[in-house]
Design a binder for this molecule. Structure first.
Ligand SMILES: [Zn+2]
Length: 294
């Protein structure tokens, strides 16, 4: 089965109205849920939510629609769509205000009002860390008038991802707006004090996770290593249509979930049900989500 070209961005897909079964945005209320990682003040910023059709093009591409439907049904979820949250992270450090990913953008997303709910103005943000260049992660880098949404921030991403975004025609307006702000890094770098970029191969050319470290406390923002608590965790080996390299994507997902289940490390997953903070535990040949109450 061929994969439809799902790049450059989910936002592009969302705006591609002629598609019969495009992901459908759902209304959400702006919200910021605060918690701590050691001495770091962190908040999950609610941006949006959408329903992805179970049509064999995104989840379980190699498994087929009936198998995905059976898995969803067994979890008590609707069998015709997969519900996916979009959440960003706010981290407050001495002298730094850091936002990890920027959601869908002002036409759909609620990042800026959620940031306001956390008491932070966009102009106060010093660093924006991008996991990868899909539209549900970089859409919020520009305001409704096309100017940078975080005018005083450095926008940090891996060099490979910036190269990829610059080569994506659908991202041209965002590229033009943010180019003076962009600072690239190599995966493995400590990007700001206490936050290290971890390479996660397969989703996009330069996709990274971010590990927050404060004393003995840890939190891993897994980016798009996994999208659905039902499908991605129960069947990590199923092909994900948004992965640019599906074989690498599933190998990364399988290895990272095994490591996280063994380490009991706290994670943040932008697409898991809001606020997306919790742990993964091994179950049979797959994994289950153990959300943390915030
Ligand atoms: Zn995403």
């Amino acid at each position: 089965m061929t994969l439809r070209p799902l790049v450059p961005a989910l936002l592009t897909i969302l705006l591609a109205a002629p598609l019969a079964a495009a992901p459908a945005p759902q209304p959400v209320t702006p919200e910021a849920r605060a918690f701590a990682v050691g001495a770091m003040k962190v908040a999950a910023l609610r941006d949006g939510e959408f329903l992805i059709p179970n049509d064999g093009k995104t989840f379980g591409v190699d498994a087929g629609v009936p198998a995905v439907a059976a898995l969803l049904g067994a979890a008590g979820a609707p069998t015709d769509t997969i519900r996916v949250s979009v959440t960003a992270l706010l981290v407050t450090l001495p002298g730094r205000v850091v936002v990890l990913d920027t959601g869908l953008g002002p036409a759909i997303g609620k990042l800026i009002p959620s940031l306001a709910a956390a008491g932070v103005a966009p102009a106060a943000v010093t660093d924006v860390l991008i996991t990868h260049g899909h539209g549900d992660h970089i859409g919020g880098l520009v305001a409704a008038d096309g100017t940078p949404a975080f005018p005083n921030a450095k926008v940090r991403m891996s060099a490979a991802e910036w190269t990829s975004i610059q080569a994506t025609p659908g991202s041209a307006k965002i590229v033009a707006a943010i180019t003076p702000q962009v600072v690239v890094f190599a995966p493995g770098d400590e990007v700001v004090p206490g936050i290290t970029a971890i390479p996660e191969r397969g989703h996009t050319p330069g996709h990274v996770a971010y590990e927050l470290k404060s004393g003995r406390a840890r939190l891993l923002d897994i980016g798009d290593t996994a999208h659905s608590t039902i499908v991605s965790l129960t069947k990590p080996d199923w092909v994900m249509g948004f992965d640019s390299d599906p074989a690498a994507g599933k190998a990364t997902r399988r290895a990272e979930l095994a490591r996280l289940a063994a380490s009991h490390e706290l994670i943040f997953a932008p697409h898991f049900p809001y606020p997306g903070v919790g742990k993964v535990a091994a179950k049979g040949d797959g994994y289950v989500w153990v959300p943390t109450a915030l």
